[in-house]
Ligand binder design. Sequence first.
Ligand SMILES: *[C@@H]1O[C@H](CO)[C@@H](O)[C@H](O)[C@H]1NC(C)=O
Ligand SMILES: *[C@@H]1O[C@H](CO)[C@@H](O)[C@H](O)[C@H]1NC(C)=O
Ligand SMILES: *[C@@H]1O[C@H](CO)[C@@H](O)[C@H](O)[C@H]1NC(C)=O
Length: 423
Amino acid sequence: MFIERLLVVLSLLGLAPNVEQQKYAAVFDAGSTGSRVHVFNFDSDMGLLPIDQEFEFYQAITPGLSSYADDPKAAADSLRPLLDQAEAVVPQELRSTTPLKLGATAGLRLLPGNASDAILEAVKEYFEQESSLDYRPEWITVLQGTDEGAYIWIAINYLLESLSGGFSHTVGVVDLGGGSVQMAYAISDSAASTAPSASPQGDAYVFQKLILGTNYNLYTHSYLNYGLGAARAQSLNITGDRGNPCVTNGYESTYDYNGEVYTAKPPRSGTNLRRCRALSRKVLKIDAPCPRSNCTFDGVWSGGGGDGFSNLYIASYFYDTAAESGIVDTAANAARIRPIAYREAAKRACRADVESMKAIFPAIEEGDLGYLCMDLVYEYSLLVDGFGLDSFEEVTVVKNVDYKGSLIGAAWPLGCAVELLSL
Ligand SMILES: *[C@@H]1O[C@H](CO)[C@@H](O)[C@H](O)[C@H]1NC(C)=O
Ligand SMILES: *[C@@H]1O[C@H](CO)[C@@H](O)[C@H](O)[C@H]1NC(C)=O
Ligand SMILES: *[C@@H]1O[C@H](CO)[C@@H](O)[C@H](O)[C@H]1NC(C)=O
């Protein structure tokens, strides 16, 4: 009370900082195909404010940092146009308090030897010398899958405005990418205290997160090699030249993934939903030993479920496949559906012939003609066999979130910005 009055008096005298002050955050996303910068502007209550009519300022350049493997300094210098524009967006007096973070995804992780370390060192040096924003060495990192999952969880819950009522009001998130699938949801203190210390792959399961003044135990796991493209490759690798019961009738081609080429054709007996489901379960290693109780698949601890998991948002390829197969209207940005919808659509896709696919599924993309049955069955199996959902339990499949009347994609840089400004 006294402090508040003092602040009012001081601000009347023009001595205190303006308590209504805005905040900015700049997040660099260094991806394999290019580098991007996202700048966000928040009001004093941490509500998003528009920058030039959009809820973020966004710029992209190509190629990505990993294209400069032999010349770390050139890699760092390539960020100059992004840094210049990000700085220009932030009012001068706020620059020194605006956090700048860079997260490198996929591409940089794959560089041989210590090339990625050398690039990140050069980037740190560059920001140290050139940035007027609040740069810190520990904010220049290679993002792990678990970081991405956590940031997407923060972004979705932020946009849904569900971060003010304790963990039981938050929603869980499953993000199905090409290479990996991420799961993230908040768990209770008691569940967190019984968590295994690390996954079979050596990653921690539970992270303490302070977000907008609330502490969360965030369970997150990234299942590497279980993304949609990786799952196709795994499935085709198992069946080889015999033919794969998930591939569309009449389709005959090859599938390229990570530099490997796989045969893609149905077996002589034809596409078959039941056999495809059995194959999906094999891909998911449903029967792998579970080192402790409560596993999802491949021996991974499930987090135990609970209130933070009861309302689930499923994103990325879950949305794309749902839109292609008519489960959701392509004009819808989000929809309440049940996992069984993927199975119902699979019945039609697995029965169809490659010639009739476009007539049955008008929204399908050319490259997916041979794989719709496979993708639908995999996504159904992932939800039901993998994550243990009931086929009839409602989930929300989401592309963009409606935030104060605007549609915003829940990408990791937004979640990262919210966390940076919560510190
Ligand atoms: C990378 O490795 C080489 C030789 O192994 C070493 O000379 C160099 O200092 C390393 N660079 C960084 C940035 O760690
Ligand atoms: C393909 O399957 C073989 C075993 O049949 C396995 O050794 C290999 O690692 C698999 N390749 C990929 C890319 O999964
Ligand atoms: C597994 O789940 C059950 C029920 O949700 C719970 O009672 C039990 O403590 C969990 N065990 C572990 C090791 O998480």
